[in-house]
Ligand binder design. Structure first.
Ligand SMILES: [Cu+2]
Length: 143
């Protein structure tokens, strides 16, 4: 029963955030890898915010909603309109399948992509992206 409830909540969350790829202050979103056989549930512990550090929590689950540890994953910030990134993020494992991503710096307002790249056991990689649109509080973009 508990498993069923969990599965239901999981499904519901997936529907609620069906438009993954646009995160406008939404607390969580889900990234589907391997045609949905691997899912990363991404939530913001702090942020997303401009200039000061944002913190993310990522939970990796398999198709049975069990927590799993990927061989490897990376999180990279990119600002496509200006073709630049930010500082490297830091990933720490908190427990089975649960990670915190720190050193997340959106160094200016505007639209950012957060690329989450999963490495499979055979070495191939898949990238899914969260779009973050941050207000520009009087910061000037330098071209
Ligand atoms: Cu920029």
């Amino acid at each position: 029963m508990k498993a069923l409830l969990l599965a239901f909540c999981y499904l519901f969350t997936g529907v609620a955030h069906a438009h993954v790829g646009h995160m406008h202050g939404e607390p969580t979103s889900q990234l589907r890898f391997a045609q949905g056989r691997v899912v990363a549930r991404v939530s913001w512990i702090t942020g997303p915010q401009v200039a000061v550090e944002s913190l993310m929590r990522i939970e990796w689950r398999d198709e049975n909603a069990a927590l799993i540890d990927p061989v490897r994953f990376d999180v990279v910030l990119w600002m496509p309109s200006m073709d630049h990134g930010s500082a490297p993020t830091r990933i720490e494992r908190f427990g089975d399948g649960v990670y915190q991503v720190s050193n997340v710096y959106f160094i200016m307002g505007g639209e950012w992509d957060v690329h989450v790249t999963l490495t499979y056991p055979d070495g191939t990689q898949e990238t899914q992206t969260i779009s973050v649109d941050l207000p520009d509080h009087g910061h000037h973009h330098h071209h």
